[in-house]
Design a protein around this ligand. Structure first.
Ligand SMILES: [Zn+2]
Length: 261
């Protein structure tokens, strides 16, 4: 009986560490070269520092399937400090710079790839996508052409979801379950098309943590990391698992004029 009490106490303390929900971080470029999207470029040293801080504090990355199960309130085993690392647009530096750092700290991540960018200059090639996919990196759809989905309807909208899903599934030989709306813009039509195309969940750029009953798995929240994000400030909020409203305290530490792509 005493042991049972200890067990129940331990489980409740452990689960309390993500009581306010699970954070999903959003990156774009990891590079020394800041000519493309300066506000959305984190240097490799800074990315390494951020991943190491999270690792040393006991954060563990979870898979899309685990996050989806948690959001659906299905039985799932979560680490005490779950987190998800994501990248939008599929830049080549995700392979050359971020991938080795993630491997070093033992983190997984999700790369949301735009269909037309596969094999383009400065973007991930099919070979790089396959290698990452075979080594702990998950891939999701980020539309086929990176158009603003709020301007599309019907078949045009559906094909943005379906074509990229088919392409990435063909390259990785794995199911693609997750989608990220380009620019974070979504409509009810876009949500419905994402679900109809067979995705299990979709990500926005609404900031905050993800918690079942408060959030929907087709409107998942992400915290964008900018070149001038004060990660120490954000880290303290993440480590304390502060609620959504408190997490917004980190917003003065990045430039408001920058919008996540
Ligand atoms: Zn994008």
């Amino acid at each position: 009986m005493f042991l049972l009490v200890i067990f129940v106490f331990t489980v409740s303390v452990a689960s309390a560490q993500y009581n306010n929900g699970i954070p999903v971080l959003l990156y774009h470029h990891v590079s020394q070269d800041k000519t493309d999207l300066p506000g959305l470029t984190v240097t490799p040293d800074e990315f390494s520092r951020q991943m190491t801080m999270l690792k040393q504090a006991g954060f563990e990355t979870i898979s899309p399937k685990t996050l989806i199960a948690y959001m659906r309130q299905e039985p799932v085993t979560l680490p005490p400090k779950p987190i998800m690392i994501t990248f939008d647009d599929g830049y080549e530096d995700n392979y050359t710079e971020a991938f080795p750092i993630l491997k070093q700290v033992g983190f997984s991540a999700v790369v949301f790839m735009t269909g037309v960018n596969v094999d383009r200059e400065m973007r991930l090639s099919q070979k790089q996508i396959k290698e990452m996919s075979d080594n702990g990196i998950y891939f999701g759809g980020h539309s086929f052409t990176h158009r603003d989905l709020t301007t599309l309807k019907g078949k045009d909208l559906y094909r943005e979801m379906e074509d990229v899903k088919k392409l990435i599934q063909w390259v990785t030989k794995k199911d693609v379950d997750v989608f990220a709306y380009p620019f974070g813009y979504f409509t009810l039509d876009a949500w419905e098309a994402t679900e109809a195309a067979g995705y299990q969940a979709a990500f926005t750029v609404l900031p905050g943590l993800n918690k079942p009953e408060q959030d929907n798995e087709f409107l998942l929240r992400r915290i964008p990391i900018y070149n001038n994000t004060d990660f120490a400030v954000l880290f303290k909020l993440l480590d304390a698992n502060r609620p959504k409203t408190k997490l917004l305290e980190y917003t003065p530490y990045y430039r408001n004029e920058q919008t996540a792509e």
